[in-house]
Design a protein around this ligand. Structure first.
Ligand code: CO
Length: 153
């Protein structure tokens, strides 16, 4: 395995368990801008990344409704079967005010829950393994519409 791949794997492992401290020689993350609106829509259904690429995803809620009525977040999951992710999202719906599942071991990255006019950026390392990684908004009732995939290739 090449050193670069090993480094990406190490970053991924660190990223899942704890946020690694930023170092001066770390690559600058590539920014992806995503919006969500009062009609329960993300602006993009498909995002792409290179294996192990460092990404800064900025979610902006461009609506006007408060987060108690129309909250949005961006939650990236491991490539699990859809039924398992649905289970996690059903659990998350019960957990106000942040709507996180009790088992967070499959969440690869997430923003905070936002209301209209707010934004949040999450910096993470894309998975090293090519594939399609699903993302959702975990606010109650939103995951059927607010979903997409991060394609790593
Ligand atoms: Co939402």
């Amino acid at each position: 395995m090449k050193l670069r791949s090993l480094l990406a794997l190490a970053l991924l492992t660190l990223g899942v368990t704890a946020a690694p401290a930023l170092r001066a020689d770390d690559p600058v993350p590539r920014e992806i801008a995503l919006t969500a609106n009062d009609a329960m829509q993300f602006s993009l259904a498909e995002l792409t990344a290179a294996p192990g690429e460092k990404i800064a995803l900025k979610l902006t809620h461009v609506g006007k409704l408060p987060k108690t009525a129309m909250g949005h977040n961006w939650m990236l999951f491991a490539a699990l079967p859809e039924a398992e992710i649905t289970k996690l999202l059903m659990d998350a719906m019960k957990n106000a005010p942040d709507y996180l599942p009790a088992d967070r071991s499959s969440i690869l990255a997430r923003t905070k829950l936002l209301g209209g006019g707010e934004s949040d950026t999450v910096v993470f390392t894309a998975p090293a393994k090519p594939g399609a990684y699903p993302f959702y908004c975990s606010f109650p009732g939103h995951f059927a519409m607010m979903k997409g995939k991060l394609v790593v290739k």
